[in-house]
Design a binder for this molecule. Structure first.
Ligand code: NAP
Length: 375
């Protein structure tokens, strides 16, 4: 039976992966072994299935016994362990949520509802490294990837509204601490209808900008504010997050390297918990009817949901709060811009811990297990 090692399974992405695997009854057809970088020899906390004692995630000889390794541990772990494993001749499948190897020649970025042909070809041709994509890119492609696949897109701008979870668990806690801090400082004022709103607003700003406001993980206060810079600055003036939009999309779709579809925009952190939103402007290659576009999108995968362009539907279905915790990719505010008939505008929301992180990993794992079991 196939042996699979799980690393990083108790982190935020790893926990979502474990929950989804349990929900989908995925723990069958292989023998799981659980690894840790910090708790080797300990008993595993309860995740809903029986788990033997935890193994050392740096034990190369133990890892070499695995047919598949699934890791949600992070790039530094990948960087430290994978080269040693390959040097030892390990030829197993490496499935990774971290960004470290995404752009490597011998890696495939996985998002099977969008690039299953690319994945199938890669497995047949002996590729062994399968990496989850950037969350914003995966969510955008789940929504409108079909238009790119059909060659209908000249370029896209994506202006993002990214949640705290994309920055990690500590940042989610920090956002809540910030909200709490504002709530506590303002409680008496908010409850008193006699206090003028501008006095309340002034106190909010003072609180956010005070030196005691909890800002350790984000580069600036996020609650009551927004941060239009995610990740590092690149020579192009883009942030690394913005650079990934074009680089990863074209790699996922394996667009011919001499003619990548230009994609760019501004990535902004906002105070949502786990859903990323994006406002898209898509320049089409031709004037395609809006109904035809919606039909293509709806038929492209079973998770994308077109939300009618009404205030009620938008408020009910097209917000981070409405989408959090489920696999649906909401796509609404779809219309042609008055700039011209080839300019399409849309707004999309998706859970970045599900389709943005754990779900593509869960699905590529199942695909590989199935293919290996058959062969
Ligand atoms: P994380 O929550 O910080 O977990 C990483 C590891 O930290 C865990 O596997 C665990 O490893 C260790 N850890 C130490 N103390 C812990 C505690 N109290 N609770 C849980 N784990 C603890 O990392 P993550 O946000 O899941 O991200 C993992 C990787 O996925 C990163 O490469 C990230 O870039 C990538 N990714 C993240 C997102 C996202 O939205 N956050 C999206 C896509 C990809 P041991 O058991 O070995 O100690």
């Amino acid at each position: 039976m196939l042996k699979t090692g799980f690393v990083g399974w108790r982190g935020m992405v790893g926990s979502v992966l474990m929950n989804r695997m349990i929900e989908e009854n995925d723990f069958c057809g292989f023998e799981p072994l659980f690894f840790t970088t910090s708790q080797a020899g300990q008993k595993c906390s309860d995740i809903g299935i029986d788990i033997p004692v935890l193994q050392d995630a740096y034990d190369i000889s133990k890892l070499c016994q695995m047919d598949i390794i699934v890791t949600c541990q992070g790039s530094s772990y990948t960087e430290k362990v994978l080269p040693d494993l390959r040097k030892c001749g390990w030829n197993g499948f490496w499935i990774d949520a971290a960004s470290k190897m995404r752009m490597d020649k011998d890696s495939i970025i996985v998002l099977d509802p969008v690039n299953s042909e690319v994945i199938d070809n890669a497995i047949s041709s002996g590729i062994k490294n399968f990496i989850g994509g950037n969350c914003t890119v995966s969510l955008m492609l789940m929504a409108v990837g079909i238009l790119l696949k059909k060659g209908l897109v000249d370029w896209i701008t994506t202006m993002t509204y990214q949640s705290a979870s994309g920055a990690g668990a500590k940042n989610m806690r920090e956002l809540l601490s910030q909200m709490n801090c504002i709530g506590e400082k303002l409680k008496n004022l908010v409850d008193d209808p006699q206090v003028p709103i501008l006095a309340i607003d002034k106190k909010v700003t003072q609180t956010i900008l005070s030196s005691t406001f909890p800002v350790k993980n984000f580069p600036a206060p996020l609650a009551g504010s927004a941060i239009p810079f995610i990740d590092k600055l690149m020579d192009s003036g883009q942030t690394r997050e913005e650079w990934k939009g074009c680089a990863e999309t074209n790699k996922i779709l394996q667009t011919t390297t001499d003619k990548p579809v230009p994609i760019d925009g501004i990535c902004v952190r906002i105070g949502a918990m786990r859903c990323h939103s994006q406002a898209l402007t898509i320049k089409l290659n031709e004037n395609i009817d809006l109904d035809e576009i919606c039909q293509m999108i709806e038929e492209s995968n079973k998770w994308v949901k077109i939300i009618p362009n009404t205030p009620d539907d938008t408020a009910k279905y097209l917000t981070p709060a409405a989408v959090a915790g489920n696999l649906n990719i909401a796509l609404g505010r779809i219309r042609k811009l008055n700039i011209g008939p080839k300019y399409l505008s849309a707004f999309t929301v998706g859970d970045q811990l599900l389709w943005g992180a754990a779900e593509p990993i869960r699905r590529i794992f199942k695909i590989i297990v199935l293919k290996q079991t058959i062969s």
